[in-house]
Design a protein around this ligand. Structure first.
Ligand code: DMJ
Length: 586
């Protein structure tokens, strides 16, 4: 039999063959439509399980509880919108860092961003996740936020016998991170975790003085003193938990959280344990609750204690006047006794006193202080006198200028972690408070001492200070201060200074999987450490992002940042809480 004409024609090519294929495909699919439908429904329902993280889209999310707030929407910057573009650059930097951690280190604590290795330096519970949650929220990264909530939701904070959680670090990073993420999202899983962790940390306060010890085993409640300092605990460790435990008491209704964290406060509301009517020693005896009066500082080992005196007052609705008074007294004492002006360039810096003498060391950590002072000045209800307001404002500006110029001086544009400032032959000549007195008596000619903007000094020998630790550890304190200065003064120079820091980070710290600390800041090719502390994601990138974002996403009168940059909401104690917790609102 002859083939029919149609079957005898040459095989179809090109568009014709595609049309035929499509027709065949649809023909087949129409026969299997019911199976296709079932497959689509299964994929839809189980999207989170089957869809790889990086491809996941909003539709497939199941982890967000119904209702509750949503993060701010991500609006891609319009052409020519300079600051929105810069904020978006920071968001991209955060995503680079977190995705590197997620792909190579999660669920370990931190990522080694050059090699992609991981490290457990905070008990192996995944500290970078906890420290990053609220940054994701504020940056509008909702999928990433809920992925991470799912990752942390299984946490048990377990610990082998003989191990101890570092109370201070766990409070400010893990507990602070959970509480802030809860406050922003109202996801009940985060509250449950925070309460669980709070319970496990409470035994740290079981000391004769009520001062928390250095370490606690989260499984057994067994405690341990810090290795080097006998039964001493440092000031920052005693007084950097009041925000977290007071907010936790408020949202759980558990008075024990409030009582534990408030007890040490009652030891310092008076002046009997202070020097110069407001300075608090760096080390304290856990048994007696008494200070070891040999060292006074506003940076390492002390810094966030002063920060929490003001911030717990702000967070709890500005009602507990004893905390406010304590802040004002201690800030005045710092300005009076720890601030010096160097003999070159009029550098204003805050240093520490050892056995009564200034060391002239300045730590990057101390760059939180100008922001704190500015925040106080910005709060009318703080009730500073006119004279105090002036001095706090001048000190804030002068110290913030120093924190900017120690970045811009170096080749890399990044600041040393610790340096020593040149000193006068007669030490007293440098004391800032005396110089301000002299300037006032002379009729206030020119700017107050140590407050002028400082031009860059490229020559290391002319800078007026020498690095002790010539390394930038991705620390946040300077950009934290730039952010507060920008919000409280509206002067765009603070934004520009923050942008310069970000450009340097991109140039020198950005590596394959994230960002790294660097050493030798005056070399064009600095040494790279291969570490990325979680505070970089919690604080440094968050403050930079907020600095460049026009909208005030975290209004300073409604939220208060803990010392790890986790914002907690301002609230008022109810009458029931005041009675049940025994809160002194006088
Ligand atoms: C952070 O963990 C906190 O800001 C803490 O109070 C001090 N230092 C680091 C970052 O430098």
């Amino acid at each position: 039999m002859l083939p029919s004409p149609s079957s005898a024609s040459p095989p179809p090519r090109g568009g014709f063959s595609l049309a035929l294929l499509t027709r065949n495909l649809f023909g087949r699919l129409s026969r299997w439509w019911h199976l296709c439908l079932v497959l689509i429904v299964i994929l839809w329902l189980s999207g989170s399980a089957f869809t790889p993280r990086r491809y996941r889209i909003q539709f497939f999310k199941s982890s967000r509880p119904a209702g509750g707030p949503r993060p701010p929407p991500v609006r891609l910057p319009a052409e020519g919108d300079l600051w929105a573009g810069r904020a978006h650059d920071v968001r991209k930097a955060f995503m680079h860092a977190y995705k590197g951690y997620q792909a190579h280190a999660l669920p370990s604590d931190e990522l080694r961003p050059m090699t992609g290795e991981q490290i457990n330096n905070f008990h192996g519970w995944g500290v970078t996740m906890y420290d990053s949650l609220d940054t994701m929220w504020l940056m509008g990264l909702e999928d990433m936020f809920y992925d991470t909530v799912q990752d942390v939701a299984k946490a048990t904070f377990s610990m082998a016998p003989g191990e101890h959680a570092h109370f201070f670090e766990v409070v400010i990073r893990y507990l602070g991170g959970l509480l802030s993420a809860y406050a922003l999202s109202e996801d009940p899983r985060l509250l449950k975790l925070a309460d669980d962790l709070g319970e496990k940390l409470l035994p740290a306060f079981d000391t004769p003085s009520g001062f928390p010890v250095y370490g606690v085993n989260t499984a057994t409640g067994e405690t341990i003193h810090g290795a080097r300092d006998g039964e001493m605990v440092c000031l920052a460790e005693v007084f950097s938990n009041q925000m977290e435990f007071k907010y936790l008491a408020h949202i759980t209704g558990k008075s024990k959280y409030y009582k534990a964290t408030e007890r040490p406060m009652r030891a310092v509301y008076g002046t009997e344990n202070t020097m110069h009517d407001g300075l608090l020693a760096t080390m304290w005896d856990v048994n007696t609750g008494k200070p070891n009066q040999t060292h006074f500082s506003a940076s390492g080992r002390a810094d966030s204690a002063y920060e929490y005196f003001l911030k717990q007052w702000l967070m709890t609705g500005q009602k507990v006047s004893k905390a406010r008074d304590l802040y004002i007294r201690s800030a005045n004492a710092i300005l009076e006794h720890l601030l010096y002006v160097g003999p070159h360039r009029e550098l204003l810096y805050v240093t520490d006193l050892k056995d009564g003498a200034p060391t002239h060391h300045f730590e990057h950590l101390a760059c939180f202080l100008p922001g704190l002072l500015a925040l106080g000045v910005h709060t009318p209800a703080l009730g500073l006198t006119a004279g105090e307001r002036e001095r706090h404002t001048w000190a804030a500006h002068g110290l913030a200028n120093l924190c900017a110029v120690v970045y811009s001086d170096t080749v890399t544009g990044l600041s040393p972690d610790n340096f020593v400032v040149d000193r006068w032959a007669e030490v007293e000549r440098g004391l800032w408070a005396s110089r301000v007195d002299v300037w006032e008596r002379a009729g206030r000619v020119g700017p107050p001492p140590g407050t002028a903007d400082l031009p860059r000094e490229a020559a290391t020998e002319a800078r007026g200070y020498s690095p002790v630790t010539d390394a930038y550890l991705l620390r946040p304190e300077a950009v934290e201060t730039f952010y507060i200065m920008w919000r409280t003064t509206g002067d765009v120079k603070w934004r520009e200074r923050g942008w310069a820091v970000f450009v340097s980070l991109e140039t020198y710290s950005r590596v394959k999987y994230g960002y790294t600390s660097i050493r030798y800041l005056d070399e064009r090719r600095p040494y790279r450490f291969d570490d990325m502390p979680s505070w970089f994601l919690a604080e440094t990138l968050k403050y930079l992002f907020l600095l460049f974002t026009d909208e005030e996403l975290v209004p300073l009168d409604k939220w208060v940042f803990n010392t790890e940059a986790h914002p907690l909401p301002v609230f008022e104690w109810s009458q029931e809480e005041i009675q049940e917790f025994d809160i002194d609102v006088a």
